[in-house]
Write a protein of this length. Structure first.
Length: 42
């Protein structure tokens, strides 16, 4: 059972880290696009 668990855990961790990276990129892009709309920059 240990081998099966590790075999399943590896791709899941890979997918989770990939999704986290994707979310970070999306959020940073959203912040960048919202920046010019802030009144503080004027």
């Amino acid at each position: 059972m240990e081998g099966i668990r590790e075999a399943l855990l590896s791709p899941v961790l890979l997918l989770a880290s990939f999704l986290l990276l994707l979310a970070l990129q999306c959020s940073s892009q959203n912040v960048g696009s919202l920046r010019p709309k802030l009144p503080d920059d004027e």
